[in-house]
Ligand binder design. Structure first.
Ligand SMILES: [Zn+2]
Length: 442
């Protein structure tokens, strides 16, 4: 075991994490709850977790400092598996559905990333905002500019976060300044992959934006890169909006459906994360599950753009690996608590209200599974990386009133309904408490 360092600590509070593959309506038995619990963190990883009395006894009399959060919930760091750093700057933009929204808001914001200073400053702000909201890991889209991925991954490295990101590949159907070429998209992605993939806690994600903005030649190149580097992620969008789905049908008339385009080019596999997956048949969902691909469920963005409701009961019944995405800037909040509240509401519309255990699963372990990181992050066990969030039910009068006399599970559910960044009392990255540094911007 590593020697004690100045960041070793014991976090005491109501420790809650969840088991593998938590069903949508699973109850308390799907949760590991220690009401007076403790996490012993040493060298950035969890050395011990359990009842406080046991953890203190096993730590001995010279145990490291105690961070006392009794009365608060201690949960794994949140994992956001679909979001766009450059779109931070156009969150809360009015009035369009997906394709018009891209042209009116997203593409102009991404064009401003041609300036490396804009990319750098936005990436710094973005990472601080993630941490302020308790998100310690994320799968992030940059822009077409290679330096956008550099800026995101540098900002993550400076904060010790486990993050994956990629430059977008787009060689058609977007403004000229945002186009790479089939060849340069692959060459730049390969260079970034070599520079960043596996550097500390960082991972590279091969990132064709979505089928309409990549030529078949570029998608072929993306598939070849994916074959060259099977441990890299693939991230893209799939079946978000009906007009988009119809457009894909026109652009790829040979494909059985939208998913079949990505299948043909070798982009559907473990470590491939597809955002949205709304307008899909059960058979297509089954194929996604069979190939080991995962879905980023982004309910806030889906409602904001009027894209539709993901069929959560079918998705869950087919066992498609699913995590949550805020999808900034179509999504309306960096908070996975708020995003989970919207997921609950969509489940409720389908007659499947999601339990507290499942909402915790979606925000932590489900995301870890989608990223192939269940042995590193997403739940508490000895040897896991110590990314931790402290949830404070007393941070707002209403949540405080609602949770005054409840079980840990009820408190968790109340925070998934009422909570936001105010309720994040502290965020730990690899065992270190981090303070969000507000970027200077103006
Ligand atoms: Zn997106």
């Amino acid at each position: 075991m590593p020697n004690t360092d100045r960041h070793d600590c014991i976090i005491r509070g109501t420790v809650v994490s969840c088991g593998p593959d938590v069903a949508p309506q699973a109850g308390t038995d799907a949760l590991d709850v220690f009401t007076d619990g403790a996490l012993h963190i040493a060298g950035g990883v969890i050395r011990n977790v359990g009842p406080a009395t046991t953890v203190f006894a096993q730590a001995g009399s010279d145990h490291p400092p105690v961070h006392d959060f009794r009365g608060r919930l201690v949960v794994p760091g949140f994992i956001d598996i679909h979001t766009h750093c450059p779109q931070t700057n156009i969150i809360a933009s009015y009035g369009e559905a997906l394709l018009a929204w891209l042209h009116r808001y997203a593409f102009p914001a991404e064009e401003r990333f041609a300036d490396p200073e804009v990319a750098e400053e936005t990436a710094q702000f973005f990472m601080d905002e993630l941490l302020r909201n308790g998100t310690t890991s994320a799968l992030i889209m940059g822009t077409v500019h290679a330096h956008s991925a550099d800026a995101i991954l540098r900002a993550a490295r400076a904060r010790g976060m486990r993050v994956a990101a990629g430059k977008l590949m787009m060689d058609r159907n977007c403004p000229e300044p945002l186009r790479d070429t089939a060849a340069s998209g692959v060459t730049q992605s390969r260079e970034l992959l070599r520079r960043w993939h596996g550097a500390g806690r960082l991972t590279y994600a091969i990132s064709p934006r979505f089928a309409p903005t990549s030529s078949e030649e570029q998608l072929t190149g993306a598939g070849q890169l994916a074959l060259e580097c099977p441990e890299a992620y693939v991230q893209t969008h799939l079946a978000e909006n009906t007009a988009e789905v119809a457009w894909v049908g026109e652009l790829f008339p040979w494909a059985e459906d939208y998913l079949a385009v990505y299948e043909y080019f070798g982009l559907v596999r473990p470590g491939a994360v597809f955002a949205h997956c709304i307008h899909m048949t059960p058979a297509a969902r089954q194929r996604l599950a069979d190939h080991g691909g995962a879905t980023a469920f982004a309910p806030s963005a889906n409602l904001f753009l009027g894209s539709g409701l993901m069929d959560y009961p079918t998705q869950a019944a087919l066992g498609v690996t699913t995590g949550l995405g805020t999808d900034i800037g179509a999504g309306t909040s960096f908070s996975l608590l708020r995003t989970a509240a919207t997921a609950y509401q969509i489940g409720a519309l389908y007659g499947l209200p999601l339990s507290a255990a499942h909402l915790l699963y979606l925000t932590t372990r489900g995301g870890a599974k989608a990223l192939g990181l269940e042995d590193c992050i997403g739940h508490f066990a000895p040897g896991m990386e110590a990314d931790v969030v402290i949830l404070d039910p007393e941070a707002s009068p209403l949540a405080s009133r609602r949770t005054a006399v409840t079980t840990p599970e009820e408190t968790l559910f109340a925070l998934f309904t009422l909570g936001d960044e105010r309720h994040i009392a502290a965020t730990y990255v690899a065992g270190q408490p981090v303070t969000a540094h507000r970027s200077t911007h103006g």
